[in-house]
Design a binder for this molecule. Structure first.
Ligand code: MBD
Ligand code: FE
Length: 297
């Protein structure tokens, strides 16, 4: 079939058959995606068994609840970030801390405190390196933003996240820190390790076929929010990790790899200083708040 014939078929099946009210946006996207899919089947001569293999793959992905992991693995989440960057640049919004993907492992409702929190429950204290991280949330005209919310979450020494890893205590390595009057936040935690996709899962299954690995460098996630500012979703990466610039989820960015300072002595620890720079809310750019189903413990 020609592409024109395929477009006509899709229209006859999806558009012309409507007898009840239509969601025009859903119809527009369905027509486009189905047309593109049928053209790919035609152009690549994709066989019925291959089509069913693909549908079975999607079923498997859903059964493992891995769409949230597949999205970063195929670059989809990073692609959306790049488009968000473009939209902000077009709206004249520049100078903020670079964004990085949210990933699938955020949990709402973490314990809240002002200025300081300890994130780890101490279970890995024997093996872990103590980490202190602190900085200032800056807003308009380079002024500190008091009362900003810094939500932070990261993996343990196994690369696993509490809630999803039921062996960890509730909200281990997850906190919500409100900046003090000087816009400062500070936390104590443990140095995280990198994440690896479940080896028997759907995402890794595809990655294997593509000859790719499913590893992330060690990283720490943040949501930074404040009244009048655009939500910042970002991560910092731990310098020196072998996957620092080889992240299967494509989240590494210049500006998000702060120096890790190490102090010896009686209480050896690592220190990271990192400030966040928020962009003012603007009606000229699409919302920075991404609506998606998130876990809540
Ligand atoms: C993670 O910890 C993560 O941040 C992403 C994006 C994907 C998988 C695991
Ligand atoms: Fe992560």
């Amino acid at each position: 079939m020609t592409h024109t014939e395929i477009d006509a078929l899709v229209k006859s099946w999806i558009v012309d058959t409507a007898t009840r009210p239509v969601n025009p946006r859903v119809q527009q996207i369905a027509v486009r995606l189905l047309g593109d899919l049928y053209k790919a089947i035609e152009d690549l001569d994709i066989q019925p068994s291959e089509v069913w293999k693909g549908l079975e793959y999607l079923t498997f992905t859903g059964s493992r609840n891995e769409f949230g992991l597949l999205a970063p693995g195929i670059g989809l989440e990073r692609f959306l970030d790049m488009r968000a960057d473009e939209a902000e640049a077009k709206a004249g919004l520049t100078g903020g801390t670079p964004r990085a993907i949210e990933g699938p492992l955020y949990v709402a409702g973490a314990p809240e405190s002002v200025g300081y929190a300890r994130l780890d429950d101490g279970t890995e204290s024997e093996q872990a390196e103590v980490l202190f991280m602190q900085g200032i949330v800056y807003g308009k005209d380079g002024k500190p933003v008091p009362n900003a919310r810094v939500e932070v979450w990261h993996a343990n020494l196994m690369g696993n996240y509490s809630f999803f890893d039921k062996s960890q205590s509730a909200f281990n390595l997850r906190r919500s820190i409100i900046t003090d009057e000087q816009g400062r936040y500070r936390f104590r935690s443990i140095m995280p390790m990198g994440y690896a996709c479940p080896p028997d899962g759907a995402t890794q299954l595809l990655l294997d076929q593509l000859g790719r690995h499913g590893n992330r460098p060690a990283h720490i996630h943040f949501f930074v929010t404040a009244n009048g500012y655009r939500k910042l979703t970002t991560q910092i990466n731990i310098d020196g990790d072998e996957y620092l610039w080889d992240d299967f989820a494509f989240a590494s960015r210049e500006g998000l790899v702060p120096e890790v300072k190490r102090t010896g002595g009686a209480e050896p620890h690592a220190t990271i200083d990192f400030d966040f720079h928020l962009l003012p809310e603007a009606v000229t750019a699409p919302s920075a708040e991404v609506q998606r189903v998130r876990a809540a413990a």
